[in-house]
Design a protein around this ligand. Structure first.
Ligand SMILES: NC(=O)c1ccc[n+]([C@@H]2O[C@H](COP(=O)([O-])OP(=O)(O)OC[C@H]3O[C@@H](n4cnc5c(N)ncnc54)[C@H](O)[C@@H]3O)[C@@H](O)[C@H]2O)c1
Ligand SMILES: O=C(O)C(=O)C[C@@H](O)[C@H](O)[C@H](O)COP(=O)(O)O
Ligand SMILES: [Zn+2]
Length: 345
């Protein structure tokens, strides 16, 4: 299956969901990966690629390395291998590798191309699509970055065969996010099917990629509808930052964040309680965490203001108003948010 993204500025690329084919590049190419992914799959990838010059830069594995220092090491590798403006980076790994490779390629010599070859479920269904790239710093998650679209996205579900169960579930959280915000039929299908079955996960990848692509085409830079892809993330990013990226995987934090957003939505009368319960049940089916203990409610609330969706000192929340729809609002009163945060206290 091929999904195409063409943007108003004519930027266009295909997302191919299939076994990897032979690829020929008439340029210098650097594969960016980490020891885990390279241990499992690098030889396989190298056999598929022919390039003018092929080298590999291996960066440490983990969200805690998604920072400027690692970007610097990727850029240094590019300079040492004399990459020019026609050269290409390949992101070979999960969302962390994808976000960092994309960001490095957006600033190397003011911007070169990159290709996404995502190897986690989360990066196949979400992170590799849409051109959000970036890194974390002490103030929070993804606060430094650029919109930089890949030249191509090659999704080969075969890579998932080595993925640990916990990482698989983290990817399922983003699939559920996509269904809750945009597609009720997809949500019902998720309730009725088991994603650990090979055929089903392929369908879920296709549906998620198509859903995300449709949104990115309409609103690449998140001026409107794209913010809905951030459902659960306003809370998740605070959780990830406050636990120093060590306790929860991104998808797990998103799972908890969705529960928090739902609680707020139900409190404001936007969503029915039984719909919130259906979402919780689906998350729990894949052992995605749904609870969290907030130590300091005021501090948690203050952290929202660093969110990139926050404009003019107003926090923006993505609140489902049904399964398959949501509202994007910056008009929620502080006391309502605090009351909801206290439920998790
Ligand atoms: N740009 C976006 O639109 C977007 C969307 C969603 C998430 N993200 C970002 O993506 C990151 C999370 O991505 P992730 O969940 O893929 O985490 P990750 O990149 O940390 O990968 C998870 C773990 O799986 C390992 N791994 C990767 N592929 C494997 C394979 N095939 N077999 C075995 N192990 C494998 C990795 O080495 C890592 O240890 C976060 O930083 C998040 O902010 C970005
Ligand atoms: O692509 C998007 O848009 C998303 O919001 C996808 C999210 O799953 C992803 O985690 C994204 O990186 C969060 O975006 P951010 O702008 O809040 O950093
Ligand atoms: Zn996410």
């Amino acid at each position: 299956m091929i999904v195409n993204i063409t943007l108003p500025d004519k930027t266009s690329y295909d997302i191919t969901i299939d076994r990897l084919n032979e690829i020929y590049y008439d340029t210098k190419v650097v594969i960016v990966t980490n020891p885990t992914v390279s241990g499992f799959h690098l030889e396989y990838l190298k056999q598929k690629i022919t390039a003018k010059q092929l080298s590999v830069v291996t960066i440490p594995d983990g969200e805690e390395y998604k920072n400027m220092q690692t970007i610097d090491s990727i850029l240094n590798h590019c300079f040492e291998h004399r990459l020019d403006r026609k050269s290409l980076l390949i992101a070979f790994g999960g969302g962390v590798i994808g976000d960092m490779t994309g960001f490095a390629s957006s600033i190397y010599q003011r911007g070169i191309s990159f290709v996404q070859i995502p190897t986690t479920l989360l990066s196949q269904v979400d992170a590799s699509v849409g051109g959000k790239t970036g890194i974390n710093n002490k103030y929070g998650k993804n606060l430094i970055g650029a919109f930089h679209q890949p030249k191509a996205v090659l999704i080969d579900p075969f890579f998932l065969t080595t993925l640990p169960k916990r990482e698989f579930s983290a990817g399922v959280a983003e699939i559920i996010k996509m269904a809750v915000t945009f597609n009720e039929n997809f949500f019902t299908w998720l309730e009725q099917n088991d994603l650990t079955q090979e055929e089903n996960i392929k369908i879920a990848i296709q549906k998620s990629v198509q859903t995300k692509a449709d949104v990115v085409i309409k609103d690449e830079k998140e001026n409107g509808i794209r913010a809905a892809l951030n459902y659960g993330h306003t809370f998740a990013h605070v959780i990830e930052n406050e636990t120093e990226y060590k306790t929860y995987l991104h998808g797990e934090a998103v799972g908890i964040g969705m529960i928090m957003a739902n609680e707020l939505s139900v409190k404001l009368g936007l969503m029915k309680e039984n719909e919130a319960l259906r979402i919780k049940k689906l998350l729990q089916k894949y052992d995605i965490p749904t609870s969290y203990k907030i130590k300091d409610v005021e501090n948690f609330y203050e952290h929202f203001f660093l969110d990139k969706k926050s404009l003019d000192n107003k926090i923006k929340f993505i609140l489902p108003n049904s399964i398959g729809g949501c509202v994007i609002t910056d008009e929620v009163k502080k006391e309502d948010v605090i009351e909801v945060l206290k439920v998790f206290n």
